[in-house]
Ligand binder design. Structure first.
Ligand SMILES: NC(=O)c1ccc[n+]([C@@H]2O[C@H](COP(=O)([O-])OP(=O)(O)OC[C@H]3O[C@@H](n4cnc5c(N)ncnc54)[C@H](O)[C@@H]3O)[C@@H](O)[C@H]2O)c1
Ligand SMILES: [Zn+2]
Ligand SMILES: [Zn+2]
Length: 368
């Protein structure tokens, strides 16, 4: 079939909205009509080269829609089902999936490289194969994705809100609740209040933290963080240190969650200084692929038993966490609408990324 997609053709390029050819779903795949797609900073990493990929590529890895057609052998979903597309597949059978670490599923290993799980391509344009960001490519009216990447949701849940749970909501919430292991009464610092950090704030609040300190240089981000459950805000990690030190009488935070647009090696020591004994620094933001240095006090790690942890998809488990987060939204425990600062037509996607770069959005959302 023919459909419309936003394609990135080169490093540093603009998203080109164009007519593309889309193959029917193969075995284990589904054709999805997309209702909405969030603009996550990880797609910006395709432009800057912080996520190395092969071009051309249909971007987008945070979306929701409806199953239009199921490929051979698909029994998990039915035509017409509303689904969230998660940016990592889970096979349910690999060594990581069976231990409940589905965000580390072996099928996710090459998810940003472009081709589908069988090594072939579903999108084609201008005589060439076109890859799909995270096996999805949600910057398109239609896409074909592995059924391993979709989670069926309740009929009636607004699809444009559900879209955000495909990456940002689950990643941020999980980074706080799962990766940072925040508990009632803890103190937490979230650094960087975009679509991911805003949900780390919500996770910390739901976990019952007594202090949730949101750090962002942009005033609008700090104001939104307060609406989402932050108890305090700061414009920088230095400023946050003074605040947290005072609030906790020098005990400092139980966790600091790094959700900045890019993770820099130089952020690690200031983040480590924000946490006290047994404190966790959670690295959710993506660093530069070639950067292998980070400055930090090894003595602090030993003497205070501080820890540094990576978090992929917030160590979440899509089939379990996505429906649960939507239910929490229904119960008023989780804010989704407030996360959407602006909506765009697919044709205006470059405006959406410009707004992200200038700190104007918590999340920008493409609606079809
Ligand atoms: N680990 C995962 O599974 C996963 C999933 C999704 C996104 N990510 C990554 O998470 C990061 C955040 O994504 P996003 O979509 O929320 O980005 P975003 O661009 O929407 O938000 C980033 C925020 O960080 C703020 N910021 C930048 N530098 C800062 C600093 N030094 N101190 C404090 N705040 C600072 C910006 O003002 C902005 O508000 C990105 O690196 C993204 O690639 C990781
Ligand atoms: Zn993302
Ligand atoms: Zn697996």
């Amino acid at each position: 079939m023919r459909t419309t997609a936003a394609v990135l053709r080169e490093l540093g390029g603009r998203w080109e909205v164009e007519e593309v050819e889309l193959d029917p779903p193969g075995p284990g795949e589904v054709l999805v009509e997309i209702a909405a797609s969030g603009l996550c900073h990880s797609d910006e990493h395709l432009v800057t080269g912080d996520l190395p990929v092969a071009f051309p590529m249909v971007g987008g890895h945070e979306g929701a829609g409806r199953v239009l057609e199921a490929g051979p052998g698909v029994t998990e979903v039915e035509v017409g089902d509303p689904v969230v597309m998660t940016f990592l597949p889970s096979c349910g059978r690999c060594s990581y999936c069976v231990r409940g670490w589905t965000s580390l599923c072996n099928d996710g290993a090459g998810a940003t490289l472009g081709p589908q799980l069988d090594g072939t391509y579903r999108f084609h344009s201008r005589g060439a194969d076109v890859g799909q960001m995270c096996l999805l490519g949600t910057f398109a009216r239609h896409t074909v994705v592995p059924v391993k990447s979709v989670v069926t949701i309740d009929e009636g849940f607004p699809l444009h809100l559900a879209a955000l749970v495909g990456c940002g909501v689950t990643t941020g919430f999980g980074s706080a609740v799962r990766s940072a292991e925040l508990r009632a009464g803890d103190a937490c610092v979230v650094i960087g209040i975009g679509g991911v950090g805003a949900n780390a704030v919500q996770g910390a609040r739901v976990a019952g933290c007594r202090y949730v300190v949101a750090v962002d240089p942009v005033r609008f981000k700090r104001e939104t963080a307060l609406k989402l459950g932050a108890t305090h805000v700061a414009g920088s990690m230095d400023e946050a240190w003074n605040l947290v030190s005072q609030l906790t009488r020098g005990q400092l935070a139980d966790a600091a969650i790094l959700c900045t647009g890019v993770a820099e090696g130089s952020y690690l020591q200031p983040a480590l200084q924000l946490v006290g004994k047994k404190g966790r620094v959670v690295v959710t933001a993506l660093g530069h692929p070639d950067e292998e240095t980070a400055s930090l006090s090894l003595l602090d790690l030993t003497l205070y038993e501080k820890q540094i942890r990576g978090a992929l998809f917030g160590s979440s488990n899509g089939q379990h966490d996505v429906p649960r987060l939507l239910e929490m939204a229904n119960l008023g425990m989780l804010e989704l609408q407030e996360l959407i600062t602006r909506e765009y037509a697919l044709e205006d996607i470059n405006q959406g990324f410009d707004d992200m770069r200038h700190g104007r959005n918590i999340r920008g959302l493409i609606r079809f």
